[in-house]
Design a protein around this ligand. Structure first.
Ligand code: ASP
Length: 350
């Protein structure tokens, strides 16, 4: 009997295997870029009718300046880590984006900044939350990764650590911009006068979420050694409660990187991105379901996040150098550069 079962198994293996189809390699699973970089400057209701050609030009120029910094580093053989941090710093120093200098205000009229960084080679990561006096939160997030035993530091502890490591400390007034302060006042005013009690909950995050321009910044890069790095930096959401932490510093939500799959940086209504584990879900779909980057980002943003009621988007870059911008809002400030130096800068849907 045993011999019979054995013979049957041999026959099944021999002939059964012949039936297996050779799965063609999807186009996206082939190497398309040796190195590449992709960035966002936030998603939201960014409509052409509300923009002026001057404003468009200013955003386009800043996105171009930022991405070229990272691209040059990659082109010269530098690391994706350096490219991501230096690119984000250009955007943190600009008042145009809701990160660093241009951070939005909390309900208490302060600025509390969040950031995170992840290295796709080691799966090591660093993050900071609720930082009030560190000029470059992304630099601090990287320091948490490289110089501490922890992944995330918050508030005062993060500031003390930044000082110890010699990072640039600024007076909190450095983050004051009239534009952001005025939008807080507008939101507070609207919440007081127009909305009933239930609506106030939503108003707490933004008086009109549909008109919100999130403005967070993020970057993903693939270097010549095949290493992927991702980073995200933000002021959070206007009128957020003191102590509120969004998705940007949460590894797996706002930022994720894995050399075997992809890197992702998110922007949008953070609470939904945390609940959906957006960045990790994209990587997991590639890892466990063999999806392409496009398929995975589309599924997570257009199906899962949208179904939950979340708004926003991601920029993502896989190990083969494929890139994807995916968002369910009217627009997203975004740019990419491939290894041929081809630059794409976009604001609206198409
Ligand atoms: N995701 C950020 C947060 O919720 C906001 C943004 O992307 O602009 O804090």
């Amino acid at each position: 009997m045993k011999k019979f079962v054995f013979a049957l198994s041999v026959l099944w293996i021999a002939f059964g295997c012949q039936d297996q189809k050779v799965v063609p390699v999807k186009e996206e699973l082939k190497k398309v870029n040796d190195y590449a970089i992709i960035i966002h400057g936030g998603a939201g209701t960014i409509l052409k009718k509300n923009m002026t050609p001057e404003k468009e030009a200013v955003y386009t120029a800043k996105l171009t300046e930022a991405i070229k910094v990272g691209y040059e580093i990659l082109r010269q053989g530098g690391t994706s880590t350096e490219a991501v941090v230096k690119t984000i710093q250009v955007m943190e120093e600009s008042p145009l984006f809701n990160a660093g200098k241009g951070a939005v205000f909390t309900h208490e009229e302060t600025n509390e900044l969040d950031a995170s960084f992840m290295d796709g080679k080691t799966l090591n990561a660093g993050a900071v939350a609720g930082v009030t006096n560190v000029k470059s939160p992304i630099e601090l997030a990287l320091k948490v990764m490289t110089d501490s035993d922890h992944v995330m530091l918050s508030g005062k502890g993060a500031s003390v650590f930044a000082k110890e490591k010699g990072l640039e400390i600024v007076d909190p007034s450095y983050f004051y911009t009239e534009k952001r302060f005025k939008s807080l006042q507008r939101i507070k005013e609207r919440a007081k006068t127009e909305l009933d009690h239930d609506d106030k909950k939503a108003a707490f995050y933004d008086a009109d979420i549909k008109n919100a321009k999130f403005g967070t910044v993020g970057c993903v890069a693939l270097d010549k050694n095949g290493n992927i790095a991702a980073g995200t930096s933000t002021g959070g959401m206007t009128n957020k409660r003191w102590g509120r932490i969004g998705d940007a510093p949460i590894i797996g939500s706002g930022t994720y990187a894995n050399n075997n799959t992809c890197g992702v940086s998110s922007t949008g209504w953070g609470e939904y991105f945390i609940r959906s584990q957006v960045a990790y879900d994209i990587s997991a779909q590639i890892e466990y379901q063999q999806k392409t980057l496009k398929e995975a980002t589309q599924d997570v943003i257009q199906k899962k996040l949208t179904k939950l009621g979340g708004t926003g988007g991601v920029v993502a870059l896989d190990k083969n150098g494929n890139m994807s911008f995916e968002f369910n809002t009217a627009g997203m400030y975004r740019a990419s550069m491939d290894d041929k130096g081809k630059l794409v800068v976009k604001i609206y849907k198409e």
